[in-house]
Design a protein around this ligand. Sequence first.
Ligand SMILES: C[S@@+](CC[C@H](N)C(=O)[O-])C[C@H]1O[C@@H](n2cnc3c(N)ncnc32)[C@H](O)[C@@H]1O
Length: 249
Amino acid sequence: MIEFYDQLSPFYHLLYKDWDAGMVRQAECLRDAIRAQWGDQAQSVLDVSCGIGTQSLGLARLGFHVTASDLSPQAVARAQKEAETRHLSIPFTICDMREAYRHHGGGFDVVISCDNSIPHLLSDEEILLALQEMHACLRPTGGCLLTIRAYDTEERGRGIVKPYGIREDGGKRYLIFQVWDFEGEQYALSMYFIEDDLQSGAIQTHVMRSRYYAISPNRLLELMEQAGFAEVKRLDEVFYQPVLVGTKK
Ligand SMILES: C[S@@+](CC[C@H](N)C(=O)[O-])C[C@H]1O[C@@H](n2cnc3c(N)ncnc32)[C@H](O)[C@@H]1O
């Protein structure tokens, strides 16, 4: 998994048609969800799977006090660089979310893990451990916000193709797609970037492989309750993925 995101981090922005615009859009959705659930006092946000910074950078730009970490050193290095370019001050560190409390300590208003990061943990036990650590990172009445794919409606099978489309970047054109192969509740994912140098015509294919646990949003809500969160619920239509929220009592 670390290797997957280390290899992916220089290309990650290409998953979006316009990464900066996506960052702004996502941050506004998350801000509205945070305000609606936990009010205006929620200021400090811990992002335990920041990747290259899509949500962390956007939320910091909106004035939240963001602390961010991720398991992938290359993703964290890129997030740091992206923050410097945008004159944003965010402490980024490398941390496994299953050790979030030991690493970050407590007292945060909100803890987030967005864009399908949780399903990299391949069992209920691993996910519960991460949720317990997130719970410990929060002050009483603090909130947890997760976003994952709607696996309850995703097709199952082998050789499922998920196209991302064509992107142009730095004189190169990329054809991007994923291929999924389900084995029970898990699936192997291959991410392909076919890179076409528009000047020289040289073609290169980058393939990265990882594994996911296709946990349903309902099961994840149950695990959030088990980890100690109250008022857990799924919010649809506030983000491009289901948003799951819970509050520490
Ligand atoms: C799909 S990316 C999303 C990253 C970021 N939230 C974004 O939207 O740009 C999933 C992220 O989860 C991170 N991740 C996976 N397992 C992790 C773990 N156990 N602890 C911390 N981060 C993890 C990966 O390194 C990767 O950066």
